[in-house]
Ligand binder design. Structure first.
Ligand code: NAP
Length: 291
């Protein structure tokens, strides 16, 4: 019988990911807090059955996927009255794609085990483009047996599906990933500023530098957007600021300086202060131009 999945959170990432599950032949019931959004309509048009309550999405679901924003939001969709924990069948596997940090995921694993439910942290990388094309990197933490069960289904949404270790390990790897993304964005913005100063066509920098040792996902996918001042998200400034906050929180009392991250955080924060919280991370260039 065709497996039926629940997908909670049909945003920039969740909407195309749920649609890719349908494309792979699964039945998907999707729920989004704000049902009127275009991304929800797009999922509906792609064959996701959009329902109006979390309960109707998760009842009898073979797997439950979550892709919301922060720790508090994941907690809300799971533990609120009428939420996932109240309505999922006993022993169902819940897979969370949201970036919420390792400590939060470990706590959720424990709190869900008490309720007879299983949990994998499975944060993602590859941007809206990777979500649309089904080429995401998915970094998974939790029990190996649960990973083995989930892996063939995750392959409908991602190309690189990697088991990282026990609960929280996927999130820990994702925090390192976000350090790389943040500092790569600093490098991209500064190279573009220098190119402008030297009178170079920014597209020449993208063409030449992305093939050599200076290449990065940011340069290849966001370089043109920086050059064109196209700040549509992608990955929003408010989410990268959340992730860099999670880096600090997950360090706890550890004495570790990350000056590159601190600088990136300052640049993203100044774009947020200019009203850019829902612009893509490439809007960091605004901090350099001060507008
Ligand atoms: P998004 O477009 O802002 O979508 C967030 C989704 O979460 C929306 O569906 C939103 O519902 C829902 N949501 C937030 N708080 C909620 C709550 N308290 N209760 C119920 N639903 C709630 O964000 P996104 O870009 O898809 O990112 C989702 C997650 O993936 C984040 O953790 C982000 O850090 C991570 N991520 C994003 C990217 C990327 O490139 N965009 C890449 C890797 C990882 P509404 O529509 O009602 O607001």
């Amino acid at each position: 019988m065709t497996k039926t999945f629940a997908f909670i959170g049909l945003g920039v990432m969740g909407s195309p990911m749920a649609s890719n599950l349908v494309k792979a032949g699964y039945k998907v019931k999707g729920w989004n807090r704000t049902s009127s959004k275009n991304l929800v309509k797009q999922a509906d048009a792609a064959g996701v059955k959009v329902v109006s309550t979390i309960a109707s999405a998760v009842r009898n679901a073979d797997l439950i996927f979550i892709c919301v924003s922060d720790e508090a939001d994941v907690n809300e969709v799971i533990f609120q009255s009428g939420g996932i924990a109240e309505n999922a069948e006993n022993n169902t596997l819940i897979i969370d794609f949201s970036t919420i940090g390792a400590i939060a995921s470990q706590n959720m694993t424990k709190n869900l085990a008490v309720k007879g439910l299983r949990f994998l942290d499975a944060p993602i990388s590859g941007g809206d483009i990777g979500a649309q094309q089904g080429t995401l990197t998915i970094m998974v933490g939790g029990k190996q047996a649960d990973f083995t069960e989930a892996e063939p289904v995750l392959a409908a949404m991602g190309k690189n599906i990697i088991y990282c270790g026990e609960s929280g390990s996927g999130q820990a790897v994702k925090l390192c990933n976000q350090v790389l993304c943040s500092v790569h964005m600093v490098a991209l913005c500064e190279a573009m500023q220098l190119a402008k100063q030297l009178g170079l066509d920014p597209n020449l920098i993208i063409e030449v530098c992305s093939t050599g040792a200076a290449g990065s996902w940011a340069l290849s996918n966001l370089g043109e957007k920086v050059a064109d001042s196209d700040f549509a998200p992608g990955f929003m400034i408010k989410h990268i600021l959340k992730d860099l906050r999670l880096v600090q929180e997950n360090l706890g009392d550890a004495d570790l300086d990350l000056p590159g991250v601190e600088f990136a955080q300052k640049q993203f924060q100044s774009v947020q202060d200019m009203g850019g919280e829902e612009q893509g991370t490439q809007a960091m260039i605004r901090a350099y131009n001060n507008n």
